[in-house]
Design a protein around this ligand. Structure first.
Ligand code: AMP
Length: 218
């Protein structure tokens, strides 16, 4: 099953992607993670990507499409994937459709997760992630048992430089201008499932499970 997670930063896409990856045994491919990995290399391209990310702007379509489609071509993504953070623009969505179509595939389900802006900002500003297992924590809603250490593997947790409230606000306005048109695009295809990401976690989980045809998973 080919799944796309759509929604603003802080809506809970990463949390659902990690859960679905376990349940469906297909890779979780996050465009932001691909860029963060690319940024580690010391190249002019890496510095350019870093600048876009630090400003809370989107990386240009051509580069984004190349990076993500290249990852989707890997063998582990041939029997399904969970795309998180891509597509974010109409040209990206069309490029994805075209690439899948070439292999007789298509996006099966789009999970559109939303929440009010104040909730998004407070969630993102308190967020920490384990770089080892990708578990997401939050200083208020889901603190780790030991300060700044992952409950699962004791790895030190990290905060992201683009999660300062000012950058988050900029990321949200970029999202509204450039990504919101995708809601209409996927709704017209009849594959969009709108999910209230501010609902209690178990409610969100069960709506998501139903949308992807899963029974009860933890
Ligand atoms: P994320 O981890 O998904 O919030 O992405 C972090 C940053 O990576 C974004 O603020 C953008 O600068 C960049 N990025 C990730 N995915 C995309 C995309 N599909 N299109 C353009 N830029 C992206």
């Amino acid at each position: 099953m080919d799944i796309v997670l759509l929604g603003p930063p802080g809506a809970g896409k990463g949390t659902q992607a990690t859960r679905l990856q376990r349940a469906l045994q297909v890779p979780h491919i996050a465009s932001g993670d691909l860029f963060r990995a690319l940024r580690q290399s010391d190249s002019p391209l890496a510095r350019q990507v870093q600048e876009y990310m630090d400003r809370g702007e989107y990386v240009p379509d051509q580069l984004t499409i190349e990076v993500v489609l290249n990852r989707l071509a890997a063998s582990d993504a041939q029997d399904g994937f969970i795309l998180d953070g891509f597509p974010r623009t109409l040209p990206q969505a069309r490029a994805l459709d075209g690439a899948l179509d070439d292999h007789g595939q298509r996006v099966d389900v789009v999970l559109y997760i939303t929440a009010p802006e104040d909730i998004l900002i407070s969630r993102v500003a308190g967020r920490m992630i384990c770089p080892q297992c990708n578990t997401i924590y939050n200083t208020v809603t889901k603190p780790p048992k030991v300060d700044m250490l992952c409950d699962n593997d004791n790895h030190p947790l990290e905060r992201r430089s683009d999660e300062e409230p000012e950058v988050v606000r900029r990321r949200l306005s970029t999202y509204l201008a450039q990504t919101l048109p995708l809601v209409k695009y996927y709704r017209e295809k009849g594959i969009l499932h709108e999910i209230d990401g501010s609902a209690p976690m178990d409610e969100v989980d069960s709506v998501v499970n139903e949308a992807v045809g899963l029974g009860v998973v933890s």
